[in-house]
Design a protein around this ligand. Structure first.
Ligand SMILES: [Zn+2]
Length: 255
């Protein structure tokens, strides 16, 4: 398709829209109040509006290779902050897709150049879920599961940002969702991550030290306030846990 064809398509689209709704563009020019933030892959087969049935003004969109939420990515963080704090989006969708080239490249154990630095973030997902990942013998199935695990970890990464941590202290924090799009079928699947995300405030929020005090309150000789920044050995954690049969593992919230 030539650029002329693209411009002709645009003119036809404007004419069709105006014919259906003469005020359509005037309304959009007044401002935006989208309810959704879509974080998806740059893959051309995963167009945010088309697969979600949303039109102009309904969805704020950020796309990158493999729908990543990387904490040093000022582009993503700026989009997230604006969407949450200014636009007040109600739902944030991290949308992965089966057949993702970025995810496949991360799992391929090859070097690709500059992009390897980006793919490292997906390799971190493999590291975290290595046992499950390596147990899947069929390569297609393994990559499909990695797409899902990547979405799960990117939703968790969202929950770790101070933008979401702060929003969770307000009366209407945005809901976080992980979805996977199947290019072959055109269907979106909700991974139902409510239980998977958990509550990460005790590690990434401002309550971390309070949580440490709860864990160690019965352990003589340990003062989290005085020992701020000191590394805690696994045996210390186990010793604290063994005193309380109700105590949950150290990466779970106590209440
Ligand atoms: Zn992709």
């Amino acid at each position: 398709m030539s650029i002329k064809q693209i411009l002709d398509n645009n003119e036809k689209w404007v004419a069709d829209r105006k014919a259906a709704d003469p005020e359509f563009f005037n309304r959009l020019a007044d401002g935006q109040k989208p309810k959704y933030l879509f974080i998806g892959c740059s893959d051309s087969r995963v167009p945010a509006s088309a697969i979600t049935g949303t039109g102009p003004g309904e969805m704020f969109v950020h796309r990158n290779i493999a729908n990543m939420v990387v904490h040093t990515d000022f582009n993503m963080l700026s989009v997230l902050q604006y969407a949450v704090e200014v636009l007040g989006v109600e739902d944030i969708l991290v949308v992965g897709h089966y057949g993702c080239g970025g995810v496949a490249a991360a799992a391929a154990n090859k070097q690709y150049g500059l992009i390897d630095n980006w793919l490292t973030n997906i390799r971190d997902v493999i590291r975290v879920h290595e046992r499950e990942f390596l147990r899947i013998k069929n390569e297609d199935e393994r990559l499909r599961r990695l797409v899902e695990l990547n979405v799960i970890e990117q939703v968790r990464n969202l929950a770790k940002t101070n933008i979401i941590q702060n929003a969770r202290k307000t009366s209407k924090p945005p809901r976080l969702h992980g979805l996977v799009y199947d290019i072959k079928e055109g269907l979106l699947r909700d991974l139902q991550l409510n239980d998977e995300i958990g509550d990460l405030d005790h590690i990434y929020g401002t309550e971390a030290m309070k949580y440490a005090e709860e864990v160690f309150e019965e352990q003589p000789g340990f003062n989290p306030q005085a020992d701020k920044g000191k590394r805690v050995s696994e045996s210390e954690v186990m010793a604290a846990g063994s005193k309380d049969k109700e105590h949950k593992p150290h990466l779970q919230k106590t209440s």
